[in-house]
Write a protein that binds this ligand. Structure first.
Ligand SMILES: NC(=O)c1ccc[n+]([C@@H]2O[C@H](COP(=O)([O-])OP(=O)(O)OC[C@H]3O[C@@H](n4cnc5c(N)ncnc54)[C@H](OP(=O)(O)O)[C@@H]3O)[C@@H](O)[C@H]2O)c1
Length: 337
């Protein structure tokens, strides 16, 4: 069993922990937190060994009656791979810790691309992570775009992408981001950072992205225009996307008109936390006009990077090839509807 340590047990970390535990070839070595809040309590209830991320704060866990398994230093030493799911920028501060133990580390999209040897998407460039010590699983938005770009570029070729990303203002638990009542061009300058980030996965892709932020918490929504290099039909594109395990093309009859119903659907389907690990593409939005493909997709920001982190664990250790890893991950999670 691959022992996976998870440093940072928040929105992404707790989901990655549960996904790792579900895999047939992995176990959670433990999770690390800086303080004893409700998530620390849940980690212990879930049976995950809990480690203190900051040694000087061990007393605070003692006072809260939460048992610790040790310090993050010990967790890193005992792990085959560490998933760093700490807030943006903290991963970079943790890098020397992973280097000191010679433990490969996976960082998240909030870290800069130049921190790592490879930026990662399981569908697009799995093999680039082989043997790397520092890998970045790209952000939720970049993951969502990469999953779309990979099959379209393989099948049709891509001349140019223009995507507008309508971004949720914060995650449901991010009370610090609200209350809000506004719509922001964010960033107001064009292109947004997302296009260059997609270029860390597809270096030669011509892509312009525009970002907005809206007072919503459930998902991001992308409006995507892809100029293709060869002839396509809406039916052909739809079939192609339906054949992708991490893209869910929403059938019209389901009457899912937005993020609210999408989350309700995922909850009704029994998904943990109502998580939607797949891109959700609105079937009736898939339109081809001349060389141009248009579509809308929703990206559940809290969830789509979770299977990618699981695959990245295997990729750095050279445990499986890309297709086998994705299939193993998807089956263990119960992906697909
Ligand atoms: N949320 C999203 O939509 C999303 C999507 C894709 C990628 N990402 C990326 O994923 C990363 C994590 O984001 P998140 O949303 O999961 O953040 P989050 O919900 O704030 O969780 C971060 C966790 O890290 C812990 N932490 C803080 N400082 C730490 C330290 N020095 N050492 C160890 N743990 C520490 C926090 O625990 P304490 O409470 O104990 O301090 C918290 O549990 C970021 O790079 C982010 O950009 C986020």
């Amino acid at each position: 069993m691959i022992q996976v340590g998870i440093n940072g047990y928040g929105t992404i970390g707790k989901r990655v922990a549960d996904a790792v535990r579900a895999q047939p070839d992995m176990a959670v070595a433990g999770v690390a937190k800086t303080r004893p809040n409700f998530e620390a309590h849940r980690a212990v209830e879930e049976g995950y060994p809990l480690y203190a991320a900051i040694e000087e704060r061990i007393d605070r866990f003692d006072e809260a009656g939460i048992d610790l398994a040790g310090t993050v230093d010990e967790l890193v030493a005992d792990s085959d791979v560490v998933v760093d799911a700490t807030p943006s920028g903290v991963g970079a501060e943790n890098k020397p810790l992973y280097e000191a133990h010679d433990t490969p580390a996976l960082y998240q999209g909030g870290e800069d691309a130049d921190l790592v040897e490879a930026s990662f998407n399981a569908r697009a460039n799995y093999a680039d992570a082989a043997g790397a010590d520092h890998v970045r699983v790209v952000s939720c938005n970049t993951t969502g775009l990469s999953r779309l770009v990979a099959p379209l570029s393989e099948t049709y070729g891509i001349e140019k992408i223009r995507a507008t990303l309508v971004r949720r203002g914060g995650d449901p638990a991010q009370s610090g981001r609200g209350p809000i009542n506004d719509t922001l061009p964010d960033p107001v300058t064009i292109p947004s950072h997302h296009g260059p980030d997609v270029n860390t996965i597809f270096p030669d892709l011509d892509i312009d992205t525009l970002g907005m932020k809206v007072p919503a918490t459930l998902t991001h929504t992308h409006s995507v225009n892809v100029t293709l290099e060869s002839d396509a039909t809406a039916e052909g594109v739809r079939e192609l996307l339906e054949s992708e395990s991490r893209i869910f093309v929403l059938p019209e009859y389901m009457d899912i008109d937005g993020s609210g119903k999408l989350k309700e659907f995922a909850l009704d389907a029994g998904r943990p936390r109502g998580d939607l690990w797949e891109n959700a593409v609105w079937g009736e939005s898939i339109t081809v006009e001349g060389d141009d493909l248009y579509l809308f997709q929703a990206i559940h920001q809290e969830a789509d990077v979770v299977p990618e982190n699981v695959d990245a664990v295997r990729a750095v250790l050279g445990e499986m090839d890309a297709a086998e890893s994705r299939e193993t991950t998807d089956e263990a999670l119960g992906m697909g509807f």
